[in-house]
Design a protein around this ligand. Structure first.
Ligand code: GDP
Ligand code: IMO
Ligand code: MG
Length: 422
């Protein structure tokens, strides 16, 4: 009876989907606790690529129950698209997918508001995925939101109308954006009918009952800790608590039920959207990381910004999450690199510090780097950790020392089987 957590330690896209899919086998339930269709979790099985946005990444494992928790914001339109893509691949998800009645809904005008808000910010835009995440969480905390449980209420259409009118009033405060409300609304209501075939549950009771019965739960994070609404690089963040604390409020699980917090980090670092990125490489090395690592957003297709791994940043998110184990992904991306750098410390305000400053958005930070030899060898055919090149294993050992936390697994490719225990 325990809850383990998998979450991202950087700015998202660390490879959480692949790791959850791999580890899900050992659990009874996989539960998403926050975020929404801004997430894009890629899983490669038998040569086929799947991208999940709202559905938990345990869905490809037979017998495992997948729960969309109360902390998630769900868009019926993207949800139906995801359901249809699973159906097209003959994945029998329906009996194994549960949705919290308390999860909040994203309606079309949330997406329009997201776009209008970004347009009003000009150069200061956050780089949102424009999936309506911010406006939906604003309505949740503003106590105006619609929830999945409302979909089956007789007055749902009235409730929808009230929130829509409020949004249309707000949109007038922003620069003009074009949107086709009628078409989106029609699609929305068609999708609402389709998602009613899913099983809506009081998920806080469901997951706690599962724990009482001795079941094992894996909580799947979306985004990354540096995008956390409280502790990320505010305001260039998302609108939910992406750190381990979000598991408790996003699923209704008490803190003492959490066992392992498994943090996922790339062997380097990426960020998509605007905001500070202390180790960003704007040169050809950054371009090489993007090309070799195929660093293009799984949700928006935007090129991801790339840079070296950042130890102060990771020590910060290890601290915030209470990380017990780390999994390093995408080590293979360095196969053709002569030299690999690691930022070990920051320098700002005439001092050396490993603490992220409050004003990280405005402050100029210099990094102190340590460099390591590359291995100039393809890992593609190496199917055991101990068979990986010595320089690659040395890089992992050095990271482990710098992060003062056990690196339990290393991933060397997008496929399920390219994940090795140490
Ligand atoms: P998530 O949002 O954390 O689930 O990550 P994404 O799916 O957005 O991005 C991770 C990308 O890296 C996906 O395209 C994965 O298929 C890919 N990937 C995951 N692990 C590895 C790895 O070890 N090596 C390589 N080369 N690609 C990986
Ligand atoms: P996964 O789960 C990477 C980023 C956006 C933007 C900021 C706010 O795949 O790791 P939002 O749409 O939430 O208003 O955008 O957060 N962002 C992500 N970046 N991976 C994600 O999810 C992200 N979800 C949001 O690019 O900078
Ligand atoms: Mg992603």
């Amino acid at each position: 009876m325990a809850v383990d957590v998998i979450l991202g330690l950087q700015w998202g896209d660390e490879g959480k989907g692949k790791i959850v899919d791999y580890l899900a086998e050992k659990y009874d339930l996989v539960c998403r606790f926050q975020g929404g269709p801004n997430a894009g979790h890629t899983i490669k099985i038998d040569g086929k690529k799947y991208v999940l946005h709202t559905i938990p990444s345990g869905i490809f494992r037979p017998d495992i129950i997948n729960v969309i928790g109360n902390g998630v914001v769900l868009d019926p339109i993207t949800m139906v698209r995801e359901m249809e893509s699973l159906e097209a691949s003959n994945i029998d998800y329906l009996p194994r997918l549960l949705v919290s009645r308390k999860a909040h809904l994203i309606v079309p005008t949330h997406r329009f508001l997201d776009a209008a808000s970004e347009a009003s910010k000009g150069l200061g835009k956050i780089g949102s995925t424009l999936k309506g995440i911010g406006p939906a969480y604003m309505d949740k905390t503003g106590r105006n939101g619609l929830r999945v449980g409302d979909l089956t209420a007789p007055d749902f259409e009235n409730k929808y109308k009230t929130i829509k009118e409020k949004h249309l009033g707000l949109i007038k405060l922003y620069p003009d954006i074009s949107f086709d409300l009628d078409a989106e609304e029609q699609n929305f209501f068609e999708c609402v009918e389709k998602i009613k075939k899913l099983r809506f549950v009081n998920s806080e009771y469901y997951v706690n009952q599962a724990l009482t019965e001795g079941k094992q739960i894996l909580a799947e994070g979306a985004q990354g800790s540096m995008l956390d609404i409280d502790f990320g690089t505010y305001p260039f963040v998302t609108s939910s608590n992406t750190i381990s604390a979000g598991v408790c409020s996003g699923l209704g699980i008490a803190p003492n039920k959490i066992r392992d917090v498994i943090g996922v980090a790339k062997a380097y670092c990426t960020r998509v959207g605007s905001g500070p990125f202390p180790t960003e490489l704007l040169d050809e090395t950054g371009e090489k990381l993007r090309t070799v690592g195929m660093e293009f957003g799984a949700t928006t297709g935007r090129p991801r910004r790339c840079g070296w791994i950042d130890i102060p940043q990771l020590l910060y998110t290890i601290m915030l999450n209470g990380v017990t184990k780390i999994i390093i992904t995408k080590l293979d991306v360095f196969d053709t690199f002569e030299e690999i750098c690691v930022a070990t410390n920051y320098s700002y305000d005439n001092m050396i510090s490993s603490e992220l400053p409050f004003d990280i958005v405005d402050k100029h930070i210099d990094q102190m780097y340590e460099s390591f030899y590359g291995w100039n060898e393809s890992m593609d055919s190496m199917m055991e950790y101990d068979k990986l090149p010595l320089a690659a294993r040395n890089y992992i050992t050095e990271l482990e020392k710098l992060l003062k936390t056990k690196i339990s697994m290393v991933s060397t490719g997008p496929e399920r089987e390219k994940l090795f225990e140490r």
